[in-house]
Design a protein around this ligand. Structure first.
Ligand code: TXA
Ligand code: MG
Length: 351
């Protein structure tokens, strides 16, 4: 049985936070909201507690976890030598959606880091997450609170859909703000390197650091992708997601052709669209599910709505989902990355 405990997202009730903190201190799991997605937390210094995360999520042991702290001053508990650069970034971006890869302190069990000599750390910005971390007075290892490989949860209902009966408690603080995961920045490489684009944009990091490398993603927008091609899937819905990339006009035309073909084949079709797409796809509104995620010029709204829309389309047993990339600026970079990881097929159109 999984208990769902509602908490005020802005002013979390101390008695409710205390119940969740007591579970963490007892070596149990607690799902909680962060500003990005819901996390599944355990005491990061307790290897047995951490092993429960891998079991509940069916996550392979080779995938390391992020350690969450309530403040940057706690870094030396989990990091061996904190470089000056980490303090600077912490000052500018914490609490917030930036995860730093740093040298692991001996106190961190290798189960957390999947045997690596580095550890991922961040201070989340959500009041519920911060209150929980402070009350537990522990570093908390927490991946996204979904079954491994599936779409990350942005509501407590999403967590239950994946983990009901496998964890004792979910703190329900409502839908999360950012909706895509944190940016993972490796500070142990020769040059600061973004391993996963996320809630803190590359532009914001570059304003502090100068040029920042983006690790070659199997999925990044800049990468030439075979068209159409198969990609390693993660964050994936059950439906067959076809991602279109290229000049807007060509993309809309190709999407409409594919939409017609899928409908002719009798498939249930869903579309992930921007406000600007709405009039172009309105003629199909009766025959396909249109998910309008936000204005094209506001990737923040699109990101916040993305995972919930993918889960709604799966719940409606949609067989094929058509989507297109956003301009790869700001949060658009992270959104395109997640769309590529969710895609079963990429159609790249040329000018
Ligand atoms: O926004 C987020 O980051 C959410 C919330 C809950 O904080 N967490 C999250 O965790 O997305 P997870 O486990 O789904 O993703 C963690 C990512 C993975 O891509 C993992 O490979 C990477 O961080 N990671 C963790 N430790 C690492 C390390 N030592 N070196 C390189 N990558 C690491
Ligand atoms: Mg995850």
């Amino acid at each position: 049985m999984t208990r769902v405990l509602p908490v005020d997202p802005h002013h979390p009730q101390p008695d409710r936070i205390a119940q969740a903190a007591a579970l963490l201190q007892a070596g149990e799991l607690v799902a909680f909201p962060t500003e990005t997605v819901y996390g599944l937390g355990a005491n990061a210094l307790d290897a047995t507690a951490v092993s429960k995360i891998f079991a509940a999520k069916e996550r392979p042991a080779y995938d390391p976890l992020i350690v969450h702290l309530h403040e940057a001053d706690a870094l030396p508990r989990v990091v061996r030598a904190v470089p000056a650069l980490a303090w600077r970034l912490a000052e500018r971006f914490w609490p917030g959606p930036l995860t730093l890869i740093l040298p692991r302190a001996a106190a961190v069990p290798t189960a957390v880091t999947a045997g690596l000599e580095t550890v991922a750390v961040r201070v989340p910005a959500h009041p519920v997450a911060l209150a929980l971390l402070r009350a537990a007075a522990l570093p908390v290892a927490a991946p996204s609170a979904n079954r491994f490989g599936y779409t990350s949860p942005t509501t407590a209902a999403h967590v239950l859909a994946d983990l009901e009966g496998r964890i004792p408690l979910v703190l329900d603080g409502g839908p999360t703000q950012i909706g895509v995961e944190s940016t993972v920045l490796d500070l142990t490489a020769d040059q600061p390197t973004i391993l996963r684009p996320g809630g803190v944009t590359r532009e914001a990091l570059e304003a502090v650091l100068g040029p920042v490398r983006l690790a070659r993603q199997p999925a990044a927008e800049e990468t030439a992708v075979p068209s159409p091609g198969l990609l390693p899937r993660h964050y994936a819905p059950h439906a067959h997601l076809v991602l279109f990339a290229g000049p807007p006009l060509a993309v809309r035309n190709a999407m409409q052709r594919r939409l017609e073909a899928a409908l002719r084949a009798g498939q249930r079709v869903g579309l992930l669209l921007t406000e600007a797409d709405r009039p172009l796809f309105a003629p199909w509104a009766g025959r396909a599910r249109l998910e309008i995620l936000g204005p094209a010029e506001d990737p923040a709204a699109f990101g916040q709505a993305l995972y919930a829309a993918l889960r709604r389309l799966d719940a409606a047993e949609t067989e094929i989902v058509l989507a297109h990339t956003l301009p790869p600026r700001g949060l658009g970079l992270a959104i395109n990355n997640r769309l590529h990881k969710a895609a079963a097929e990429v159609v790249r159109l040329e000018d």
